[in-house]
Design a protein around this ligand. Structure first.
Ligand SMILES: [Zn+2]
Length: 594
């Protein structure tokens, strides 16, 4: 946290268009009205969806939106209040009240999707392709498609009940076990007690000995608990495999693919292309070893800090750089970003009781979003500003959609944000004269890319291999470590030295225990944007109208159909290869500077 003044101190958002304050009597009115409306909705529609005309179903959808809209705005409001003051008791108790009441209301409405998904083909036929339902066509089609994997109501109930003491209990045990790990670590001449996050954060310590000792100790605890952790992973994977069979999915990863509405083919192409580009990782880390002046780099050193350019950007300067970057790309992007500043939709300072990090929040299409920052003036903060404004721009483009199609679908949610960062990076790199600042920007960008793409791809390759192996027969800790070692060596090649404790890294990745095959979404989102950006560099101005159309679609169509708007085919490996071209261009620039 910087004590230096940046001018961000007075940049606060104004939330008055939402509610008048935590005591606003409108809050209770909204909660009460939405509950009453939801009850009336249940009364009117439960058990009756099959008998509706297409117009009648469209009306039901519109009613649903009018119940959800005010709740979304209220939820947004209280979360924004809480974000800037996490210590205020009144805000906390109001937040709890709102969450409680909203979840009661939304539980009442859960029947709608289930009932619609389970209609017989005869009952459903009249809705299929009906003009009155055009706005909801994609959501309905997806619902129907996924309903085919549902089991009978009784079976679903049994699974839910048994999961409480089965997979959910296993996940809980894993999370509680690893959260309980504490470590005695010698740092600066004294022994300190650290938790896992604190110990792992030492990967960014300037001293190589500290980094290597820290990671050795970290993984040793996982190895000591191998008996439990290995049992848990085997049980979770096997449980997943059993459901895959019962529900009739093609393969273990198909469950997530169908949830994301992405074809198995697209995700295979993504995995193949990322794997074939591991040579870029290899090239970068050889370069990094040179920059660090290390003869031999180990896996514990991959996050070692590089000499940082210490330049501080006052808030106004950052705002200008970001807006100029948008301006150089497109006037609409610039105007939308500028409105965020002009209309006081940004909360920028670091405050003692404010939450950390940054986010963009949007609730309903008729309102513009809000952005929270913790601005300290580092070059990284300038990127974050561009990133969050990118989310805001995306929301403003998709504001022509109905509420149900307003929020971007998960695999596309980072499209405009990362794209905006790249617009900024390119415009800064062109202007910047200082070699150290340029190096900082390039290494920062490249390490972000490798962390969110290649590393996640390595995890998901391990998931593919370990699910196949465990579904065949239970695996020993040693066997899983061997599978993981293969993946890690594929990724880094001879650029860093493999140390034995890293074979246990798989057992420290919560996502692969908690949500199988979740991690590829990071890689998908990231490489998609790099590929689109490369396409923009190749096509120039003619790319922009297509890209705006893409952003304006919100979640009204499948990821494949939305990306097709810019002429991209996510099933084609050649589309993904465009992203590699861009990464390579960054490494080329860095190589020249080193
Ligand atoms: Zn983001």
């Amino acid at each position: 946290m910087s004590t230096q003044l940046t001018g961000a101190e007075n940049v606060r958002w104004n939330l008055n268009e939402l509610f008048a304050g935590v005591n606003d009597p409108q809050i209770d009115v909204v909660l009460k009205e939405s509950q009453t409306q939801a009850e009336a909705f249940v009364e009117a529609y439960r058990g009756k969806l099959g008998g509706l005309t297409p117009e009648g179903l469209a009306e039901a959808y519109n009613t649903l939106e009018s119940i959800s809209g005010p709740l979304y705005r209220l939820g947004q409001y209280i979360h924004l209040l809480y974000a800037v003051d996490t210590a205020d008791d009144q805000i906390k108790s109001t937040l709890a009240k709102i969450e409680q009441s909203s979840s009661t209301t939304s539980n009442l409405l859960v029947f709608f999707g289930l009932e619609l998904g389970n209609l017989s083909d005869e009952q459903f036929a009249k809705f299929d392709g009906a003009a009155a339902l055009a706005d909801f066509a994609y959501k309905i089609a997806k619902l129907r498609r996924n309903a085919r994997y549902n089991l009978s109501e009784k079976e679903e109930q049994i699974i839910n009940l048994k999961d409480l003491n089965g997979s959910s209990a296993h996940q809980k045990l894993y999370n509680e076990l690893v959260a309980s790990f504490s470590f005695e670590f010698e740092l600066d001449g004294e022994v300190q007690t650290l938790n896992g996050d604190q110990l792992r954060a030492l990967r960014q310590h300037p001293d190589a000995d500290v980094r290597q000792r820290a990671m050795k100790l970290f993984f040793s605890r996982y190895e000591e608990n191998a008996l439990i952790i290995n049992h848990l992973y085997n049980a979770l994977v096997k449980d997943h495999g059993i459901e895959v069979d019962l529900r009739g999915y093609e393969s273990p990863i198909s469950t997530m693919n169908s949830h994301n509405d992405l074809s198995d083919q697209a995700i295979q192409a993504l995995n193949d292309v990322t794997t074939e580009s591991y040579s870029l990782v290899n090239r970068y880390y050889k370069l990094k070893a040179k920059m660090l002046g290390m003869k031999e780099m180990t896996l514990a050193d991959i996050y070692a800090p590089l000499p940082q350019a210490s330049k501080v950007y006052p808030f106004e300067e950052a705002k200008k750089l970001v807006l100029d970057g948008f301006k150089s790309f497109d006037d609409d992007f610039h105007a939308k970003a500028k409105a965020m500043f002009d209309e006081n939709r940004i909360d920028a300072p670091v405050e003692p009781t404010k939450r950390g990090g940054a986010f963009c929040s949007s609730s309903t299409p008729d309102l513009k979003p809000y952005v929270l920052l913790n601005y300290t003036g580092k070059v990284r903060d300038v990127s974050t500003m561009a990133h969050e404004l990118g989310h805001a721009i995306h929301a403003m483009f998709s504001s022509e959609q109905k509420l149900m199609n307003y929020h971007p679908i998960l695999p596309l949610a980072e499209t405009a944000s990362i794209f905006s960062e790249m617009v900024l990076t390119d415009s800064l790199l062109k202007k910047e004269e200082d070699v150290e600042v340029k190096k900082s920007m390039l290494t920062g960008k490249l390490e972000d890319i490798f962390a969110s793409s290649h590393r996640q791809n390595m995890f998901s390759s391990f998931e593919l291999a370990s699910h196949a192996a465990i579904n065949d027969r239970l695996q020993s800790p040693k066997e899983l470590c061997e599978l993981y070692t293969v993946e890690i060596q594929k990724m880094f090649g001879d650029s860093v030295t493999f140390t034995a404790e890293y074979a246990w890294e798989w057992s420290s990745i919560p996502h692969i225990f908690n949500v199988p095959f979740y991690v590829y979404a990071y890689n998908f989102g990231n490489l998609l944007v790099l590929a689109l950006y490369q396409q923009y560099l190749e096509e120039g101005d003619s790319f922009k109208p297509k890209y705006k159309k893409f952003l304006s679609l919100g979640s009204s169509a499948s990821p494949a159909d939305i990306t097709a708007v810019v002429g991209a085919d996510i099933n084609d490996p050649d589309f993904w290869r465009k992203s590699l071209k861009y990464i390579e261009s960054l490494i080329d620039q860095l190589e020249e500077l080193v």
